[in-house]
Design a protein around this ligand. Structure first.
Ligand code: URP
Ligand code: ZN
Ligand code: ZN
Ligand code: ZN
Length: 517
């Protein structure tokens, strides 16, 4: 990869090179405010052999335990990022962060587990899965996969079952990226139905890709070739339309639906309406959409503007506050990043045509801090609600709770300590990924800092030192038919409006046949 020299230097300095990173011994976190999604109390957390052994108001230190003083700090379940793209070939290039650099940065930012989007290889799901497993073997923290479905064939239907057996319990359908990843409604309907049969959660990238392509042509004809053409060609209405369409189709099929990267009021309101109707729909905003707006895309400097190009696009200023309120109130359920990093030289591929700017922004390291700032410091959410939206909800939705997403005896020891008194600035200089030369959060000051990260019982981030070992990550298989599938038969019956079930009405054959016989 093309790394600027300064980035290489940073890489060498910040990473404590350790072939054998610290062992998962006994750690006692003392005197912090322990927070789960449903409780908050002053107490201790004991960690042994990679698991949480005990959580209690006061725990006697076992002999040989490493003691961590958490007074004045919050002790929280490690963050879960349910939407990342590490080492992903996309738009003629490959995302800059691989599983090692991306996960290392994640750990420094308090995220201890993520679910990455595996893509099929030439529409072949099993080949895609094989390749993603190879890429992920470099990693240094726990991970799982979603799999994208980019075409509908008998092979795909069969391969989805194989992958469910391998521990993939969610499939993503792209309603945009015409000519590459996009599927049509017929394929989406088949996919939704297959997910229903398999107990896997369908996910949608909801934008009307046909109309985006049509808008792109018109903009180019008007000589709009720069990054501003990106948001202009993908207005909120196209996100709202596709979100509503996917929700309606999932409702009629009778399967839960997860809408990734809800970026606009238009899409959020479709999720809200569906939930109000009683439909089981999950809406996922991403850190960038909650904290930023589209204004940098209009910057006269191409490099700066292109750094903010992602899909669906960042929106005008009124959208982010509305998304934050929707998240605070539970209309939207959890926060991801959609971490898909391309450095300036990669983004420069679209200098003469905005359609060629690789889509994606960073966030895997910044998410926990951005959400703490925008939701907790801003007074919109409590620490417990923060835990729900950054960790617990993802664990529940993807059926790995309470092994992940909770501080409790028997859960994986993925634990972070957050000091609410510390102010710091986000940006390239503060980042632990050596691969980024721009950062959409550059210069943003936030209050509250993750000072310690424990991953599977190992102290990987502490006192400013990142101690990670390449290849130490672990694949976490996710079982199908998670909690979202409870009661779905009843949902389906209601949605299809079939009070008698799908059975034909008996009719008198004499009458029916009289003309023919
Ligand atoms: O711009 C984005 N979001 N890039 C990553 C691929 C996707 O659509 O999630
Ligand atoms: Zn095939
Ligand atoms: Zn997407
Ligand atoms: Zn994505």
């Amino acid at each position: 990869a093309l790394l600027p020299l300064c980035a290489l230097f940073l890489y060498a300095v910040v990473y404590k090179c350790s072939a054998n990173a610290s062992e998962a011994g006994t750690i006692l976190i003392q005197g912090g405010t322990v927070v789960n999604h449903d409780q908050q109390f002053e107490g201790d957390v004991l960690i042994q052999d990679g698991l949480i052994a005990e959580v209690a108001p006061r725990i006697e230190p076992p002999p040989g335990a490493r003691l961590l003083d958490a007074r004045g700090c919050y002790v929280l379940p490690g963050g879960i990022d349910p939407h990342t793209h590490l080492d992903m070939p996309f738009m003629g290039t490959v995302t800059a962060d691989d599983f090692y650099t991306g996960q290392a940065a994640a750990l420094a930012g308090g995220t201890t587990y993520h679910i990455d989007f595996a893509l099929p290889l030439l529409h072949d799901l099993l080949q895609g899965y094989r390749v993603w497993k190879e890429r992920a073997a470099r990693g240094c923290m726990d991970y799982s996969f979603h799999m994208a479905v980019t075409k509908w064939t008998h092979d795909v239907a069969a391969d989805m079952a194989t992958l469910v057996a391998e521990g993939i319990n969610s499939f993503k359908f792209f309603m945009a990226y015409k000519g590459s990843l996009q599927i049509n409604d017929e394929e989406l309907i088949e996919g939704l139905n297959r997910c229903k049969e398999l107990g896997a959660l369908p996910m949608v990238h909801a934008e009307n890709g046909d109309m985006v392509a049509w808008m792109q042509e018109r903009l180019l004809a008007a000589n709009v070739t720069g990054p501003e053409g990106h948001p202009l060609s993908r207005p909120p209405a196209l996100e709202g339309e596709a979100t509503g369409r996917a929700i309606r189709l999932a409702g009629v099929v009778g399967v839960p639906l997860y809408v990734v990267h809800v970026m606009s009021i238009d899409a959020m309101e479709e999720v809200a309406r569906a939930r109000q109707r009683g439909q089981r729909v999950i809406g996922e905003p991403v850190a960038s959409g909650l904290a930023l707006d589209e204004s940098p895309v209009w910057d006269s400097n191409f490099t700066r503007a292109a750094a903010f190009v992602m899909s669906p696009p960042l929106r005008s200023a009124e959208h982010a506050p509305a998304l934050r309120k929707a998240l605070a109130s539970g209309v939207l359920q959890l926060v991801a990043t959609d971490h898909a990093v391309f450095n300036s030289s990669q983004k420069a591929g679209g200098r003469r045509d905005f359609r060629r700017i690789p889509n994606g922004v960073n966030g895997i390291e910044e998410r926990m801090h951005v959400v703490w700032q925008e939701m907790v410091v801003a007074g919109l959410s409590t620490p417990s609600e923060y835990v729900r939206m950054t960790s617990t909800a993802a664990a529940q939705i993807f059926n790995i709770y309470p092994r992940k997403g909770r501080l409790a005896a028997g859960s994986d020891a993925d634990v972070i300590i957050l000091d609410p008194r510390v102010k710091h600035r986000l940006g390239v200089g503060a980042s632990h990924s050596p691969r980024m030369d721009t950062n959409v959060y550059e210069g943003k000051e936030v209050q509250g800092r993750v000072v310690t990260t424990i991953s599977r019982g190992r102290l990987v981030w502490h006192e400013g030192v990142l101690d990670v070992a390449e290849g130490s990550g672990r694949y976490v298989p996710l079982p199908a038919f998670g909690p979202l599938f409870e009661g779905m038969a009843e949902q389906a019956r209601r949605a299809m409006q079939l009070p008698y079930g799908p059975t034909p009405v008996p009719r008198d054959s004499e009458e029916a046949g009289s003309a023919a016989s």
